[in-house]
Design a protein. Structure first.
Lengths: 221, 221
DNA sequence: ATGAAGCTGACAATTCGCTGACAGACACTG
DNA sequence: CAGTGTCTGTCAGCGAATTGTCAGCTTCAT
């Protein structure tokens, strides 16, 4: 899962980023409105955490411009405490959820999970695909009810494919979501990762559509 | 189920009460500390929802006096957000759970249900995980019945993991709960703490899922 | 048939978590 | 006030798990 964190205070940004990274997300940071707008408009994120009150372009304007351009990724807005007017304005601007500052990191994670789930159309904390079940809260994957020992990277891949079940996911998209900005990796790293996963979960767990990408779930040609 | 709601703001009290009543609970309201203490000490409730910052006797003192008198009904404390010191003090005073304000009513209900379930399940005060038993009231941990001398920080870690048994707790979450917003500590501090604990409680007490976090209880693999 | 795309096993580099030693902060005691 | 002991953060080094890379192989589409 790839997140964009828009926050101008470097220290706060580092803290939040650490928490999100610890929860298994790939986090990129934008420190001002211009940059945030550009990244949000051109890149593909699973969630954007947007702090209002930025230098440069105002956070609310950034959000409005994204929505105006038809970008509809989930956006979680961090607001000042008790600012009701801001909330209302934000709802109109197209925010998906709010978190008044200061907040518990745990709550940020819970809301992030909820938003990501909702955005891809699943209501439950556990996603079931064929013989697999993915518990996004315990970060555990079971095959026919038997829990599997997955490494963090493996889990992130399964989780992403599970959230986008029945859809072909191009390798480039997967690389972006797994590795973020870091382009240093060989394309083969992903293939090796898939191979290791299939060995653990069974060959049927992840399908390949040659020339297009990988998928989980039903996707017969 | 009979609940006591301790809240001085009449409007907020009415709102919360309506929600709880709607969920099928019988709700009584105490608007100040003296009254709350009297009711909690003489009546029998399945759960007490306690807002701190009351007129008259302070909420924390009320809680301490209840516990001092041997009353051990579950208490859910509503705290100001981000007040780490308050939380720690509350743990010591004997609170069973926390909810930072403002909160979603849905979450209040969920936590209330969990607390009530837990309290009827096994006497509330002790959590048993494998060879460990954690007496949350006496703040004492035993291994196979043998009491262990734990330092305050060690106890807080065990207690937190015990309350979240069978769940992977990411290191960032633990750091937040142990150290509050102060992220200046080296990540290694937590690891050192875990190492010391394992030396006291036995290596099996706390498990590690590399790349994910720590856990107590069943969580293989 | 043939080249491209994808798979796989082996190996190496890197990261992560554990541990023992040490030091500063603090409280308690004589 | 000095001395002592406890608690906890920091450091450095070790071992192991994780992950990237490479080379050769298989499969597929045209």
């Amino acid at each position: 899962m790839r997140l964009l964190l828009v926050e101008d205070d470097a220290r706060i940004a580092a803290d939040i980023s650490a928490v999100l990274t610890g929860a298994g997300y790939t986090v990129e940071i934008a420190a001002d409105g211009e940059n945030a707008w550009f990244l949000g408009d051109t890149e593909d994120y699973d969630l954007i955490v947007l702090d209002l009150g930025l230098p440069g372009m105002d956070g609310m304007s950034v959000l409005k411009r994204w929505r105006g351009n038809g970008r509809h990724m989930p956006v979680l807005v961090l607001t000042a405490r008790g600012s009701w007017a801001e909330r209302v304005e934000g709802i109109d601007a197209g925010a998906d959820d709010y978190l008044p500052k200061p907040f518990q990191f745990e709550e940020l994670l819970a809301r992030a999970r909820a938003l990501i789930r909702r955005s891809v159309g699943h209501g439950a904390a556990t996603i079931a695909v064929g013989p697999l079940s993915i518990d996004t809260r315990a970060m555990r994957v079971s095959v026919n009810g038997v829990p599997q020992a997955l490494t963090p990277l493996e889990y992130r891949l399964v989780s992403y494919l599970g959230h986008h079940r029945d859809r072909i996911v191009p390798p480039t998209e997967l690389q972006e979501h797994l590795y973020g900005d870091d382009f240093s990796r060989d394309a083969n790293a992903l293939e090796a990762l898939v191979a290791r996963l299939r060995k653990k979960l069974g060959a049927v767990a992840i399908g390949t559509r040659r020339g297009f990408g990988y998928y989980m779930g039903e996707n017969a040609p």
